[in-house]
Design a protein around this ligand. Structure first.
Ligand SMILES: [Zn+2]
Ligand SMILES: [Zn+2]
Length: 375
């Protein structure tokens, strides 16, 4: 009997019910089916969407839920039809595939592949799960759960990376940082000499700053309510910092003060906090401003100022920053290996998987950007 045919019992973080937090449980991970791959996770990290899931986001509203979507792992075994990967390969799980054949893949207008889409079912593409706990089926966010010692994922939702990559940095580029980076690079197509405002300086916002700098933006304004983020923003290329909690003026007014009263060319909303959508629109230039919204909160509907958008501004939403997983993510992985951006600045805390409950406390600390989960 090969390892491919055996069920693995291992530890994973499970949320049984909205508002109950996560518990480390012993779970069963089934062998991979024909087009699937079972991974031994090396490390993972916490993304804001995971917290939204625990608090009950409509995006991933199914329980019991095995959590985590950022991470990097090593192939343990593969299904019969998997030819592109073998045991020992290092891979990053992704949540949108790229078939290179569907309308969106061919047109180049969107990264949202129709053949391997972002799954909102909490299940594998065949609508079943490879994970269970005490006989109960476990759901997972998007394509797999990464806060687990082992996980199974369809091969079309994996990107192979060079094993020389720093595992923590590989985990960061699997969602948050790349989402911001892609938003500036692929969605906004930030122009050289332009001005940019970034709302929220977590991993997503810092990724947007990093790409804006790479593309030659000359004014990059970061907005946050935590002063500790100034240093982080500057490390990635931010030129001006606004702590919006220190002023009676709105964040958009403060951005305009730093941009000749006109506002910026591009803004990025990375928080998912409803009222900031209008602020991020208002912070851009009348007639030409472009806002990319990336944050996921717990509110399914948010309102925004009609006049903010009527005056010639554009609002675009984005999943994974418009990055095509097969075409674009390896470019970011390569930059990561060459240390073209200071990803070590994101790495502020580390916990073992079994101590994951501590991670949620660490996230409340002002110094925290990313908590790495060692598996
Ligand atoms: Zn994420
Ligand atoms: Zn496609």
């Amino acid at each position: 009997m090969t390892s491919t045919s055996q069920v693995i019992t291992c530890k994973a973080a499970v949320c049984w019910k909205v508002g109950e937090g996560v518990k480390i449980e012993e779970i069963q991970v089934d062998p991979p089916k024909a087009t699937e791959v079972r991974l031994k996770m090396l490390c993972s990290s916490i993304c804001h969407t995971d917290i939204s899931s625990i608090q009950g986001t409509p995006m991933f509203n199914f329980y019991p839920l095995a959590l985590g979507h950022e991470g990097v792992g090593v192939v343990e075994s593969v299904g019969d039809e998997v030819k592109s990967l073998k045991g020992g390969d290092m891979v990053i799980p992704i949540f949108v595939g790229e078939c290179k054949e569907c309308e969106n893949c061919i047109s180049g207008k969107s990264n949202l592949c129709m053949t391997y889409p972002l799954s909102l079912t909490g299940l594998m593409p065949d609508n079943t799960s490879r994970m269970s706990c005490r006989g109960q089926r476990l759901y997972h966010p998007s394509s797999c759960a990464t806060w687990s010692e082992y996980t199974v994922i369809d091969v079309n939702y994996l990107v192979k990376v060079d094993p020389s990559i720093n595992p923590a940095h590989a985990s960061f580029i699997s969602c948050g940082f790349s989402t911001g980076y892609g938003a500036a690079w692929k969605e906004a197509k930030v122009e050289s000499g332009s001005s940019v405002a970034v709302f929220g300086l977590g991993a997503v916002g810092l990724g947007a700053i990093s790409a804006a700098k790479m593309l030659g933006a000359t004014k990059i304004i970061g907005i946050d309510i935590n002063d500790m983020k100034r240093e982080k923003g500057e490390a990635f290329g931010m030129t001006h910092f606004i702590n919006s909690s220190n002023s009676d003026k709105s964040p958009s007014e403060l951005v305009k003060e730093l941009s000749d009263g006109l506002g910026v060319d591009f803004s990025f909303e990375c928080t998912g906090v409803g009222p900031l959508l209008t602020e991020s629109l208002e912070a851009t230039k009348v007639g030409s401003g472009k806002t990319i919204t990336l944050g996921v909160g717990t509110e399914p509907f948010v309102s925004f100022g009609l006049f903010s958008i009527l005056f010639g501004r554009t609002l675009k939403g984005s999943i994974f920053g418009g990055l095509k997983s097969i075409s674009d993510l390896p470019i970011i992985a390569d930059k990561c290996i060459k240390q073209e951006f200071p990803l070590q600045e994101l790495f502020t805390h580390e916990v073992q998987l079994t101590d994951i409950e501590q991670a949620f406390e660490l996230l409340k600390q002002p110094t925290c950007v990313k908590v790495v989960i060692k598996i």
